[in-house]
Design a protein around this ligand. Structure first.
Ligand SMILES: [Zn+2]
Length: 242
């Protein structure tokens, strides 16, 4: 790698905000396809066990994986990497976690955060997927992972207000109901379930812990869903205090 390439890789490494140990080793730009591909490598000698976090002997490299990242100046950006597999005496051979994405996701955490905002701002999933240039079936997976991350942060017991929204798929033939936290700056997805009926809304609201639901201080009517057939807007049309 010459000096120019090295500087380019460092530049993209800074843009990605890579953690120590990870470096951009390859930059491929296709101006015709408007695509940018960033090869990222683990450059430290030891590999980190995904189970216990200990530095272990690297066993080999896992097969190549790709993650869609935020577009860079309109170029659809992908991170490509083969993460090392750590040979931990206690946990056998495990693939190292990558800091930019969740375990099974094809998208980086930064892309998923953007996707959630776009999904919440759009009337239905189709235009959101078109804007994001993702397949419609990726949207519920992104939402479910956002929910899981929310659960992991144990925020449900601090909830003050939730909103219910519906998102339709396949030209309205199927829908999901989405519950969001309304009191943390931008609404954040808490949970998703299939369907858009009243019982689906109740199913979602039951996920809120009982003591939190008991802190009710709202209208007294409980959460309301939008009338059937109402597609909803970017704004959350159905609100209920818990
Ligand atoms: Zn281990």
């Amino acid at each position: 790698m010459d000096e120019h390439d090295r500087a380019l890789c460092e530049h993209y490494g800074k843009m990605l905000g890579l953690e120590p140990g990870w470096e951009v080793s390859r930059v491929e730009l296709s101006t015709q396809m408007m695509k940018l591909e960033l090869g990222v490598e683990w450059v430290n000698a030891g590999a980190i066990c995904a189970e216990c976090g200990k530095t272990c002997t690297p066993h080999d490299l896992a097969p190549e994986r790709r993650w869609r990242h935020l577009d860079a100046m309109g170029f659809e950006t992908q991170i490509v990497s083969r993460s090392p597999r750590a040979n931990c005496g206690e946990h056998e051979i495990h693939q190292m976690k990558v800091p930019w994405a969740g375990k099974h996701s094809r998208f980086t955490l930064a892309f998923e955060a953007l996707a959630i905002k776009v999904l919440q701002a759009c009337r239905s999933v189709k235009p959101a997927c078109d804007l994001l240039k993702i397949n419609w079936d990726a949207a519920p997976e992104i939402m479910k992972r956002a929910v899981k991350r929310g659960d992991e942060r144990r925020v449900l017991d601090q909830l003050k207000a939730v909103g219910l929204d519906e998102k339709s798929f396949q030209r309205g033939q199927s829908s999901v109901s989405v519950m969001v936290d309304l009191e943390r700056g931008a609404p954040r997805v808490l949970d998703v379930c299939d369907g858009r009926k009243k019982e689906d809304a109740i199913k979602l609201l039951k996920k809120v812990p009982e003591p939190v639901r008991g802190r009710g201080r709202g209208s007294g009517n409980g959460p309301q869903r939008a009338p059937p057939g109402h597609r909803g807007g970017g704004a959350l049309e159905s609100r209920g205090r818990v």
